[in-house]
Design a protein around this ligand. Structure first.
Ligand code: FAD
Length: 427
């Protein structure tokens, strides 16, 4: 990999997401050599992926080059690499561009879509965890309408204009809201010769409420907002299969759709070599102690979504959200310096800053530790927080200008099929 040997201890970080970047920033002015490995050369701001899928934002406004984030730090090295295996015995990672030795290893590889073992759903559904996946979804949504315009088969047309989203968490809710706004504000203008009122948006949720991790009030208001926008919410229904056309559930309910978006779960993106049963928990996460050390190792750590740190409040691990990832990255930076200097490390204490979701124009729900509110003000708070956490001045400006433009014009300019997506068909 052509990483110079120095007298500093080498810290290898796998993953330039929220956790990995927060850690690298903390360490970069210290007397350590930091090597960050990621299979993408950019950091992705995942909370806004749904806006890329629905033409509200271009992908480059929610991505940022990793090299640029850390360009001013002399002991920092980035390599575009997919880490394939970890050898704990040799203290070495194996990647598609070669092996690399480490003194300290931090796994910050995040999460991946969890299909719960259903290979048909995995094959035919759409995920929204990365920028390429969001672009695929954007293309598919637009291609469906182009196709619907051409077909004279009514069932086929309905299937092309039906959108089924599995999972009523923030991702499912935000995507459904955006699709409903497209149906109302954009489709009639773009497709005047198609009866776009036929387009249906469904959310299927296996439990009895949407936005389950949020307050009852937030969940209820989000449901009201979605219903007003014409989204159909099916609660206590579990999707059992999807063959590329028909969605079957554990009830009599079935849906015909050309687009099933799977937003029903994620699991830790584990890497071969670190998958022994005794430190992998439910959801494929690495069991860590209060210092983020992977169970049984002193110099191997895990942070962010991949790490399962159980606390009294969160016995199954901290929520898989940006805040725990950022906070763990920052705290581990301080702790690694303490460890290297043979000082005692400080246990991680999660500061819960709340949760929020937007349903569309002027509609959001916000649960802060002390206040809970919904509606227009919540929407402004949602926008401000997302702008604040976006990396890069240019990205903040681009997103801000886009949002103002879209707000005033009721528009979404990025509805472009740049890279056509070929839908998989059965048989
Ligand atoms: C659609 C969507 C919406 C979301 N909305 C919100 C929200 O509103 N609020 C919120 O708090 N959270 C939200 N989240 C969750 C939040 O984005 C994650 O909790 C957060 O990104 C976790 O940070 P991380 O650093 O652990 O992992 P990630 O940010 O996922 O970063 C992991 C990095 O590791 C890299 N990587 C993985 N495996 C390898 C490998 N083998 N080799 C090399 N590199 C590898 C990946 O390329 C990636 O860059 C959302 C997530 C999604 C998908």
């Amino acid at each position: 990999m052509n990483i110079p040997l120095t007298s500093y201890p080498r810290v290898v970080i796998i993953g330039g997401g929220f956790a990995g970047i927060a850690l690298a920033k903390k360490l970069s002015k210290q007397e350590v050599q930091v090597v960050l490995l990621d299979k993408h050369n950019y950091h992705t701001f995942q909370p806004l992926l749904y806006q890329v899928s629905t033409g509200g934002l271009e992908p480059d406004s929610i991505a940022y080059p990793i090299r640029k984030i850390l360009k001013d730090f002399p002991n920092f090295h980035f390599r575009l690499a997919n880490v394939e295996e970890i050898s704990t015995k040799d203290r070495r990672v194996m990647t598609d561009i070669g092996p690399l030795k480490f003194d300290y290893l931090v796994v910050a590889s995040g999460a991946e879509t969890n299909y719960f073992g259903n290979s048909e759903i995995e094959k035919y559904s759409m995920a929204m965890k990365t920028i390429p996946e969001s672009l695929n979804l954007r293309s598919l949504i637009l291609e469906n309408f182009e196709e619907a315009l051409l077909t004279s088969d009514l069932n086929e047309r309905n299937a092309l204009m039906n959108f089924v989203i599995v999972g009523g968490g923030p991702t499912g809710v935000e995507l459904a809201g955006a699709l409903a706004e497209i149906k109302k504000g954009i489709l009639p203008k773009d497709y005047p010769d198609l009866d776009t009122r036929l387009a249906q948006i469904h959310i299927i949720q296996s439990s009895d409420c949407i936005l389950k991790g949020m307050s009852d009030k937030a969940s209820q208001r989000a449901e009201d907002f979605l219903e007003k926008l014409g989204v159909n919410i099916w609660k206590n229904v579990r999707v059992t299969n999807y063959d590329g056309r028909k969605v079957t559930t554990n009830t009599d309910l079935t849906f015909e759709t050309a687009t099933l978006v799977w937003a029903a779960g994620v699991k830790g993106a584990t890497i071969k070599g670190l998958n022994a049963e005794d430190y992998i928990t439910k959801g494929n996460r690495l069991l860590v102690n209060e210092f983020n050390q992977v169970k049984g190792f002193e110099t191997i750590f895990a942070i962010g979504d991949i790490a399962c740190m159980a606390t009294e409040e969160f016995p199954n691990g901290l929520p898989m959200m940006a805040q725990p990832a950022i906070q763990q990255g920052q705290q581990l930076g301080d702790n690694m310096i303490r460890l290297i200097e043979k000082q005692p490390m400080k246990p991680f204490i999660y500061k819960d800053k709340g949760a929020m979701a937007t349903i569309g124009r002027n509609k959001a729900v916000v649960d802060l530790p002390k206040f809970k509110f919904q509606g227009v003000f919540a929407w402004y708070v949602w926008m401000f927080v997302h702008l604040f956490f976006l990396i890069g001045f240019r990205n903040r400006m681009v997103v801000f200008v886009n949002w103002v433009y879209n707000y005033i014009r009721f528009d979404r300019e990025a509805r472009l099929i740049i890279r056509p997506f070929k839908r998989k068909l059965k048989g």
